[in-house]
Design a protein around this ligand. Sequence first.
Ligand SMILES: *Cc1c(COP(=O)(O)O)cnc(C)c1O
Length: 353
Amino acid sequence: MFSIKVTKSKKLKPKPRPSELKFGELFTDHLFILDYNPEKEWHHPRIEPYKALSLDPACCVFHYGQSIFEGIKAYRTKQGIHIFRPQKYLERFNNSAERMCIPPLDSKLILECLKKLLRLEKNWIPTQHGTALYVRPLIISTGNFLGVRISQTYRLMIMLSPVGAYYAEGFQPVKIFVSEEHVRAVRGGVGFAKTCGNYAASLYPGEKARLRGFTQVLYLDAIERKYIEEVGTMNIFFVIEDTLITPPLTGSILPGITRDSILSMVKDLGIKTEERMISIDEVIEASRNNRLKEVFGSGTAAVVSPVSDLSYRNQTIRVNQGRVGPIAQRLFDEITAIQYRTKPDPYGWIEEV
Ligand SMILES: *Cc1c(COP(=O)(O)O)cnc(C)c1O
């Protein structure tokens, strides 16, 4: 019943050299597509040449943003092709879908479709250590009407993009601006969903921070502007004395898969960990007393992203003299060792294609 029709591209694009790869600027030759309507539900799975879409200006996704996405990585090593924790990402995709009134997907079927696409595009998966194929599943609502209501039709697409080594020249610790003025999400809102509106809302504070020389914005809770939430594309971790601390999942932050991988791993590495509310004042105070040892973000793209500076209310605190701390380094090494299969995977995170 679920056969995937494959239409191959007549003209293949030239493949980039591994050293030329950046992030999200190049796409492979093919796209996976699946459509939804109320009669047939999710139907017509197919792989087609990658090309531009033709959509009506009234297409509701342009106006009201009923849309969700994911960001997953696939790898190619001597042992073959594999995906890192795909079921966990697809579970989150369905959680985002539910919040945005998008019909749920059978994640087992989607995984099979993704594997088929990866097998077709395997020569696009870079093999150099640090590189990967970024997988971007995306659902847009495709009804043509003006008026705020849910769409009756949807399209799922899976795009693939070869990405370079994030830290080809070693870790680059980032400077972060702690925003008191702007918030990202509020409890009861859509902060936990990977939906486009969250990112649209982050552009203005992000741009203001960038003009002041910062790479990212760290958001505080929307009500008291006191408790730390996340960075807007990354979850955040603090090391105070010998304890790793990260904010709990309260609905306003994105439940990162990398965050989850770190929390699973620290138990086995014997690192003391607390998932709890942490205020910006506690972080500043710990820094003053030399108890703040490390700050780093976590996300699929960079895995671990060390923070060198935190700026809050016209003061900047330097973390670990701007250097990468041992816990960030250890977690990066352990996770990437599993991802590049240089160490066994005791967690069952590797899905062979
Ligand atoms: C994707 C994302 C993250 C990181 O999640 P991972 O699953 O680790 O990639 C964190 N915050 C936001 C807002 C995100 O969109």
